[in-house]
Design a protein around this ligand. Structure first.
Ligand SMILES: [Zn+2]
Length: 313
């Protein structure tokens, strides 16, 4: 049993309907002193696998002996989650490009500022849960500033972003606050798609529990990670035309033949093949894709392929 469970819901701002926008956090306070570990999900409102995993983590963790405190923030972007959208409908901004935020800015900028003040600026370790949406499915973990923590999740593929190549493309994410503070941070990308999410949610729960063992919050030996592949380059391949999408790719984590076909887009109206997309690499590995036939819009999120040239273990 944890020592105490504390709930607190700091206010972000007042909304036009008169209600308060709040951050709902639950602290599981362990019997022994230790670090404050923050676990968050649904920064992007249409990626709710992590939020569901945090519910299951709460059910498991509340009966465990813990060292330190685990702060659960299951739904960061509630306004976006309830309409299953990536961005808040109030200002349509990408919250995960707005950190550290602006208390005098738009709603998402204020939300980012509240997160920095109430969560990211206080915790000693951060685990942020992202996923695919109700369309593509994704499976990898970012390697940021704590390799052991990220590896302990147990995913096959890890991604070490090459900051010299990415430039400022991903500035304004949570790591602008956590890594800047020297706080160990891990970003998980797992789940999504029009398939049963149960197995992905279970993998997130087991992976995060193992990270907590690795961090010493749970007094059990961490399971060593499986054989892992670290890629430094990921190509995102979106359908450039709308229509029926027909997946041609192998399962996530599988290696791809040189320029292997990934998907085709077919017109629902005259049945023509509008587009066929291939892996851009000689040696690629599947990181994200649609697992089922579906309708897509031009430019929707599609596939991600890792480059195995230059990859390490
Ligand atoms: Zn996300």
């Amino acid at each position: 049993m944890v020592k105490t469970i504390n709930r607190h819901s700091p206010k972000i701002t007042t909304l036009a309907d008169g209600t308060d926008a709040l951050l709902h956090m639950t602290d599981l306070v362990g019997e022994e002193d230790g670090p404050l570990i923050g676990i968050s999900a649904s920064i992007h409102g249409n990626e709710n696998c992590g939020s569901q995993a945090i519910l299951d983590l709460y059910r498991r963790l509340k009966d465990m002996r813990l060292r330190g405190t685990i702060r659960l923030l299951p739904v960061v972007n509630a306004r976006a989650m309830v309409v299953n959208a990536r961005f808040s409908p109030i200002d349509q901004r990408d919250l995960n490009r707005e950190f550290p935020g602006d208390p005098a800015g738009t709603f998402s900028q204020q939300l980012a500022a509240a997160l920095t003040r109430e969560f990211l600026g206080k915790i000693d370790m951060h685990i942020d849960l992202h996923s695919g949406t109700d369309r593509p499915t994704v499976d990898y973990v970012y390697l940021l500033n704590d390799e052991g923590l990220s590896r302990a999740f147990g995913s096959k593929i890890l991604y070490r972003p090459d900051d010299t190549k990415q430039g400022t493309k991903f500035s304004g994410t949570t790591k602008d606050v956590t890594v800047e503070r020297g706080v160990p941070a891990a970003v998980i990308e797992l789940g999504g798609g029009i398939v049963d999410q149960g197995p992905y949610i279970e993998r997130i729960v087991e992976g995060v529990l193992n990270m907590l063992r690795h961090a010493g919050a749970i007094d059990e030996e961490a399971t060593p990670p499986p054989a892992q592949i670290v890629v430094n380059e990921i190509a995102g391949i979106r359908p450039t035309k709308g229509g029926w999408i027909e997946p041609l790719s192998p399962p996530l984590g599988d290696e791809l033949a040189p320029h292997q076909p990934l998907f085709r887009v077919v017109s629902p109206y005259n049945f023509e093949v509008l587009e066929e997309a291939k892996s851009p690499f000689e040696r690629g590995i599947m990181i994200m894709g649609h697992l089922t036939r579906n309708i897509v819009e031009a430019g929707d999120y599609g596939w991600m392929v890792g480059n195995l040239d230059g990859a390490t273990s």
